[in-house]
Design a protein around this ligand. Structure first.
Ligand SMILES: Nc1ncnc2c1ncn2[C@@H]1O[C@H](COP(=O)(O)OP(=O)(O)OP(=O)(O)O)[C@@H](O)[C@H]1O
Ligand SMILES: [Mg+2]
Length: 264
């Protein structure tokens, strides 16, 4: 096996020259380029933060990763498999925390957390014990039997994190899950999330608009430009945070230095 193949075989996630075009039915079927030859690899156990301005294709990359859409060109590999063509292979191996919590309103907090484990075919008793354990770890003891409408936004977000971790997946994907929360709650959840990912040795990709969030949740930051391609890759671990913040700001606002200063 060549050295390149060996690297690829070891990656938890790999995008190789991925292109995604959407057909615009409203505009005489013109195609719209959302992802432009995107290539990157993520090692097992690595925490990556993906940053980019609105509309640059972050969620599209995320949907390609989760196997919800198919690339137009190029290859996406997650744990060595094709997420779109082998969607069912990922059951229990990959979990997603969405921007809005996407809880089922007719299920209690406990019922929502149990859902992912149910799909894995575990026995009821084991399922319940795992779900209760995760709810407790996320500070939801006493709220197990509450329905989503009776929980605050921060609590619902905790339920969706518990639901993702309860499956014990190798890979966690988060698309701006904390952006709608107040600063303090968001901060606490970010700390909890980082700790859980590290303790459990998960591979994590976190999509965000916020530089602070990216600096906190990423060992490596990828800045996307529109259409999605990598404008900057910065290693956070062990680096000078202020210098990284400056480089990230410049990469996000290449033609607007004043805006970059204001955002800082
Ligand atoms: N199914 C689709 N059909 C047509 N165009 C799409 C589709 N999905 C996304 N797009 C377009 O692709 C571009 C990238 O969208 P995407 O949702 O990936 O951006 P984003 O970086 O996640 O933005 P935000 O930060 O606002 O969430 C946008 O211009 C969007 O209109
Ligand atoms: Mg998005």
């Amino acid at each position: 096996m060549s050295e390149l193949n060996a690297v690829v075989a070891d990656a938890a996630i790999e995008f190789h020259s991925v292109v995604k075009r959407f057909l615009r039915h409203d505009r005489r079927d013109e195609s719209f380029l959302a992802v432009d030859r995107l290539s990157f690899a993520v090692a097992p156990g690595e925490m990556i933060a993906v940053l980019g301005r609105t509309g640059c294709g972050k969620s599209t990359m995320f949907n390609l990763l989760a196997g919800l859409i198919e690339p137009t060109e190029g290859t996406v590999r997650v744990l060595g498999h094709d997420p779109f063509r082998e969607f069912n292979w990922y059951r229990g191996k990959l979990a997603v925390v969405f921007q809005n919590d996407r809880l089922l309103p007719w299920r209690t907090a406990l019922g929502n957390v149990e859902l992912g484990i149910e799909l894995l075919g575990k026995e009821e008793e084991e399922r319940r014990a795992i779900a209760l354990g995760w709810l407790e770890r996320l500070g939801l003891k006493g709220h197990e039997h509450d329905y989503p409408h009776a929980l605050s936004g921060g609590m619902r977000q905790r339920v969706s994190i518990a639901r993702a971790f309860a499956v014990n997946p190798e890979i966690l994907l988060c698309d701006e899950p904390f952006s709608a929360l107040d600063e303090l709650t968001g901060q606490r959840l970010r700390e909890e999330y980082t700790q859980l990912v590290r303790e459990n040795g998960k591979t994590s990709i976190f999509v965000t608009h916020s530089i602070n969030e990216a600096l906190q949740l990423g060992e490596r930051i990828l800045v996307f430009h529109r259409p999605a391609r990598i404008a900057l890759e910065a290693r956070v671990a062990g680096g000078d945070r202020e210098a990284i913040r400056q480089r990230v700001l410049e990469a996000m606002n290449p033609n607007e230095p004043r805006l970059a200063e204001e955002a800082a």
